[in-house]
Design a protein around this ligand. Structure first.
Ligand SMILES: [Fe+2]
Ligand SMILES: [Fe+2]
Length: 374
């Protein structure tokens, strides 16, 4: 066993003592629902669309009022003239969020609004989202950031991190994308070249860019320290707050410190983008839920998925509306938070091992990620 594997297992043993699971006071089920044709008419329901938004309903037995909020992320917009397909899917998602009944209390946009951080793309995103009347909060994705190091995105959509309390829940939005190590200065790269490298999944030069950072960790610690340990906390991040697959930055490199900070808290949910796939994991008492993209589904990591993830079915690479669907997904802990992957494909979950996956790698076989292997 390599040193890295030993370290992963050691961390996992430390962070997830035997039998320790998230607090059951917030219960979670997954409901994936087929969009009724209220907005688009019957033809839209039949046309096979794409995963786009997830809704998290939270209802707390002890006094908190039930409410809903919407998540949208990874729209990866290009200028309209180059790609209208991603625009159409974003428009559809926005219309559906706007049509939610009862309405969502707010929208969290989870990053990767733009494909290459181009102000034209970001303005297009702002324009598409502007039709939503509800409150909107934003965290950045790496695709929004590395053309001008977040200047345009932060100016248009606000700085991260941020915190607000809503109906008994503390919401914290973190920036996990801005801390890439400088690979561009010594190579005399242009802004566009830097962005181009950061826009690749395997980030040959970007390396382990995803991180909460020491300032982010301090912020998280301070925002939790005055919050009761048993009350619900939801942390929004672009990257998952655990080690899923580092080569694609399906993690943050300081995930261990994150878990040390959240460990005393009994009811922490991390909701993240970037992975563009159905994903679920628990580390210690923290749940992590991966959200879908409107743009495309990424394949599952070749080293395996968290064992608590029920993998989505392999998408047909020839059908850009594929990769989606709806199904009941029951979690082991009890149900007080329901979240719905809003998709338009019927059977999203794989029923046979060979059907698993979301990419076009037909040889992909899903196994538990290294840290989950016995
Ligand atoms: Fe993305
Ligand atoms: Fe991303």
């Amino acid at each position: 066993m390599s040193d890295l594997e030993s370290l992963r297992r050691e961390m996992d043993r430390t962070l997830r003592p035997a039998g320790e699971r998230p607090d059951g006071s917030t219960m979670m089920t997954r409901r994936v629902f087929l969009h009724k044709s209220a907005i688009y008419g019957a033809s839209a329901a039949a046309c096979g669309l794409f995963p786009c938004i997830s809704t998290i309903e939270m209802a707390f037995a002890q006094g908190g009022a039930a409410f809903t909020f919407a998540w949208l992320s990874d729209t990866h917009l290009y200028p309209k003239e180059l790609n209208s397909r991603f625009v159409e899917k974003t428009v559809r998602a926005v219309k559906e969020i706007q049509a939610m009944s009862p309405p969502a209390d707010f929208l969290i946009f989870g990053g990767d609004l733009a494909q290459l951080g181009d102000p034209v793309e970001l303005r297009l995103g702002a324009e598409l989202l502007s039709t939503l009347a509800i409150k909107k909060v934003f965290i950045p994705g790496e695709h929004d950031w590395y053309l001008d190091m977040g200047a345009t995105y932060s100016k248009m959509f606000g700085e991260s991190p941020w915190t607000f309390d809503h109906k008994g829940v503390r919401f914290i939005g973190l920036d996990t994308v801005s801390r890439a190590r400088d690979f561009w200065t010594s190579r005399k790269m242009s802004d566009k070249e830097r962005m181009g490298h950061m826009a690749t999944l395997d980030g040959t030069l970007g390396g382990d860019w995803a991180a909460v950072g020491s300032d982010g960790l301090k912020y998280l610690n301070s925002k939790l320290s005055d919050w009761p340990k048993d009350k619900p906390v939801v942390i929004f991040t672009h990257n998952p707050l655990y080690e899923y697959y580092p080569p694609w930055n399906f993690w943050v490199r300081d995930w261990k410190q994150v878990h040390e900070i959240v460990r005393p808290y009994g009811n922490v949910t991390n909701i993240h983008g970037h992975t563009h796939q159905v994903l679920y994991n628990e580390i210690g008492k923290m749940r992590s839920i991966g959200m879908l993209a409107t743009s495309w589904p990424w394949p599952y990591a070749p080293t395996g998925v968290p064992k608590l993830t029920r993998p989505m079915v392999r998408a047909d690479p020839g059908d850009h509306f594929d990769g989606v669907g709806w199904a009941a997904h029951t979690m082991t802990s009890a149900a007080r938070v329901n979240y719905e992957y809003k998709m338009w494909r019927k059977d999203i979950f794989a029923t046979a091992r060979d059907d698993s996956g979301t990419g076009d790698n037909r040889n992909q076989v899903l196994t538990p990620r290294i840290a989950d292997r016995p």
